[in-house]
Design a protein around this ligand. Structure first.
Ligand code: SF4
Ligand code: SF4
Length: 327
């Protein structure tokens, strides 16, 4: 997909006194394996250093974006709730896991995976008293998303978040009706958890150079939500789709990012070498363009049908390389 004439990276918003750099808050260059901190979207309970830009983002959002956000916030009052008195005991872990995955699909999820909850996926100062995360993914309309970085794409992103929140909420309600605690996390703006590390562990895909997830089915053209629960479930494993093999040689997202925010090399972030996006360059452009999303749409994995093809190609290359080494 080609991007025609994206708006230039000049900003309508400026701080009189610049806040603490977002990259510093995100732990860029930090050797210790510390927890992530909220930086932009306000989780409540105090103003974040970048609150002003977040507020500006709300002010400039058009009504068709705002209506999805409001509907999402309204439905998320059901993200938690009373647990049924009678508990359904789990005697067959495999059968219960299959039932939960089928339920998630029936509610509309297109990707489902389960992983143990880990501290690294919980924001600093937050606690998640649940053993597992059921991670779900929902694709976005590619035609709408091909309009990035303009408002039509921003509307589609918020529509997808509203729908995937509803799926997570209803899945959580179904689990609570079985007598097991569960809480849905569907709000992209202010949750306790980082969705990407959980979804990677749950086998939904891998991290790409553009800092977003890549799945075989939808590339990066999808959104995430999760249900945290104590319901005993069998967990999935991370997958290797060959994303690393493609990203080390590809620079498409790097070249197409207007504010030049994507690092071409992995960075040390909170004790881990990983793909990382320069927050301080990305986020003002992200705000100006109702959520930008150029990098995820130009990624070759996001081209419909291309993920499967790339996966086969990468696995074929590895097999050939292994065979060549043997001979
Ligand atoms: S979302 Fe951020 S990193 Fe991605 S293309 Fe836009 S400005 Fe660049
Ligand atoms: S555009 Fe290329 S480098 Fe960027 S995430 Fe996709 S495959 Fe990786």
């Amino acid at each position: 997909m080609k991007i025609d004439n994206p708006p230039p990276p000049t900003y309508a918003f400026g701080y009189k006194t610049p806040p603490q750099p977002g990259n510093e808050i995100n732990g860029l260059g930090v050797k210790e394996n510390v927890r992530a901190r909220h930086v932009f979207h306000d989780p409540g309970g105090g103003r974040l250093p970048w609150h002003g830009l977040d507020e500006f983002f709300s002010y400039i959002s058009i009504w068709r974006i705002v209506k999805h956000i409001l509907a999402n916030v309204w439905q998320l009052r059901r993200q938690d709730g009373p647990v049924h008195r009678e508990r359904r005991e789990v005697n067959d872990l495999k059968a219960m896991t299959a039932e939960i995955k089928a339920k998630a699909k029936e509610l509309g999820a297109e990707l489902v995976g389960i992983t143990p909850m880990i501290d690294e996926a919980v924001y600093d100062g937050r606690e998640i008293p649940f053993k597992y995360a059921i991670c779900i993914g929902l694709s976005m309309d590619r035609e709408e998303m091909s309009t990035v970085p303009h408002e039509r794409a921003g509307i589609e992103v918020m529509r997808a978040y509203r729908v995937i929140s509803r799926i997570a909420i209803e899945l959580g309600e179904a689990i609570r009706a079985m007598g097991w605690p569960a809480k849905a996390y569907g709000n992209p703006n202010s949750t306790d958890i980082l969705h990407i590390p959980l979804a990677i562990n749950a086998g939904l895909g891998q991290l790409g150079k553009h800092g977003s997830m890549i799945s075989k089915e939808f590339g990066s053209n999808f959104r995430l939500a999760a249900v945290a629960t104590d319901l005993p479930l069998a967990t999935d494993e991370p997958v290797d789709l060959g994303v690393e093999d493609v990203c080390v040689n590809c620079r498409r997202c790097v070249l197409d990012c207007p504010p030049d925010a994507i690092f071409n090399e992995k960075q040390l972030v909170r004790g881990e070498q990983k793909w990382y996006v320069n927050f301080d360059k990305c986020i003002p452009y992200f705000v100006k363009t109702y959520g930008c999303a150029i990098c995820i749409e130009v990624c070759p994995w996001s081209e419909p049908g291309r993920g499967e093809w790339l996966f086969d190609k990468m696995m074929g290359r590895r097999k050939n390389a292994a065979e060549a080494q043997r001979t």
